[in-house]
Design a protein around this ligand. Structure first.
Ligand code: SF4
Ligand code: SF4
Length: 406
């Protein structure tokens, strides 16, 4: 009998399909979160998906994903610490042989829970900050959590966890990159992920306020290079230039249905974090479809897998194996069709959309009119705003709108 708790134990699946197994499982345990970040990547209508898998259902997902071949496991959300079965899930994941990572705001990470998670076998923790200053950290998350995060960072080191500090960058905090790095060094982070905002979900709503200028990015990159040269041994600093400022897209998720398998709180299986926003893509659910079938056979995971789905200019492009046409969600958001080339690419007939956004950000730093636009209120991620978006998207579906911006 096949032992399905062992990786790659599904007999012959890769040989039959030619599709490699997933390597990375992201378990989004809940959409509940005590923070209200302006750049949150959760869906705008998350309140429409409030149902959560039970402990037993999550345990099945872990077992099945490991049997498929997944080796890395991220627990995220929302705030995964709001699930009081987190320790049970970590323990099971550890027993199955996953390398486990908790992605958290730090809220709820008490000494007691840190000890329990250590005992359960958690490998590492990614702690998010919004900025190096209390004022901006608390403003952007619409909470008073800066000091708590500092205390959590100290406790986390005390319990012997390696720490990845994460800070999402945008026009408000890019000028503080040096201070953010200093904070990471002072708190003993082994890794610092300076993640420039990706404009999906709530960040997309707040793009006029969050979009940086090219000058801000160039300056921040120079600062990062200086610190890397001086402190690179102590703390590995990641800094990825945001897509909008490039002429070629990134190889998004390392390919659709190639390595990444996300599972949303309600059991919807996601080929990428933002796939929930793609219309016409029916996401299979782990409650009614075996994970193996989801990965290898579902329409959602096969729709943009490989190269066959491509339209021109990607179809005949000599660079298609390198970037796989870029990001499907960005293609949809900016062109209205997820099968188009990512408009970040200057070969895309929609590239002008990206140029305009960058230009608007440049204007916003100088012109009075655009400065006024930036004063429009930030839409914070909270239940009331989410219900408003859910109601609006329900009405749009009834009307047959697609929500894109051709
Ligand atoms: S980005 Fe902020 S609001 Fe969204 S899940 Fe993370 S901590 Fe919560
Ligand atoms: S045309 Fe398509 S495949 Fe070619 S570089 Fe642009 S996005 Fe990549």
């Amino acid at each position: 009998m096949t032992d399905l708790s062992q990786p790659g134990a599904i007999p012959g699946a890769q040989a039959e399909t030619g599709v490699p197994p997933p390597l990375w499982l992201l378990a989004e345990l809940t959409y509940r979160c005590p923070l209200h970040c302006a750049f949150c990547y959760n869906p705008l209508d998350y309140t429409d998906h409030h149902r959560e898998l039970s402990t037993a259902q999550w345990l099945n997902v872990l077992r099945d994903a490991r049997a498929l071949g997944a080796v890395q496991l991220g627990f995220s959300g929302g705030e995964p610490l709001l699930r009081d079965d987190l320790e049970v899930l970590v323990e099971q994941a550890h027993k199955l042989g996953f390398y486990t990572n908790l992605i958290t705001s730090g809220v709820g990470l008490t000494e007691q829970r840190l000890g329990n998670l250590k005992d359960a076998g958690l490998d590492h923790i990614q702690l998010s900050f919004q900025d190096s200053t209390q004022q901006l950290n608390d403003f952007l998350s619409s909470t008073r959590t800066f000091e708590l995060k500092q205390r959590v960072a100290v406790a986390l080191k005390k319990h012997g966890f390696p720490m990845v500090m994460n800070c999402v960058l945008h026009r408000y905090n890019l000028p503080h990159v040096d201070k953010i790095i200093e904070m990471a060094l002072a708190l003993g982070a082994e890794y610092l992920e300076l993640a420039n905002t990706q404009y999906y979900g709530w960040a997309r709503e707040n793009q006029p306020q969050l979009m940086p200028t090219r000058e801000q990015l160039v300056e921040a990159e120079a600062v990062v290079a200086r610190y890397r040269a001086e402190h690179g041994e102590r703390c590995k600093i990641f800094f990825v230039v945001p897509d909008y400022f490039e002429n070629r897209p990134k190889r998004c998720m390392n390919g659709w249905g190639a390595v990444f398998l996300g599972v949303a709180p309600d059991g919807a299986a996601l080929p990428c974090h933002a796939a929930r926003g793609l219309p016409g893509l029916t996401l299979p659910n782990v409650n009614d479809t075996p994970l193996r079938e989801i990965w290898y056979e579902s329409d959602a995971f096969n729709r943009f897998r490989g190269l066959q789905w491509m339209k021109e200019p990607c179809r005949s492009c000599e660079e298609k194996e390198r970037d796989l046409g870029g990001c499907r969600c960005q293609a949809f958001l900016l062109t209205g069709d997820a099968a188009n080339a990512d408009p970040v690419c200057d070969k895309s007939p929609f590239h002008e959309q990206v140029v305009k956004v960058v230009q608007r950000a440049a204007d916003a730093s100088t012109s009075a009119a655009a400065a006024t636009a930036r004063e429009q209120p930030i839409v914070f991620r909270n239940d009331a705003n989410s219900r408003r978006f859910a109601a609006a998207s329900g009405a749009a579906n009834v009307r047959g709108d697609h929500g894109g911006q051709p």
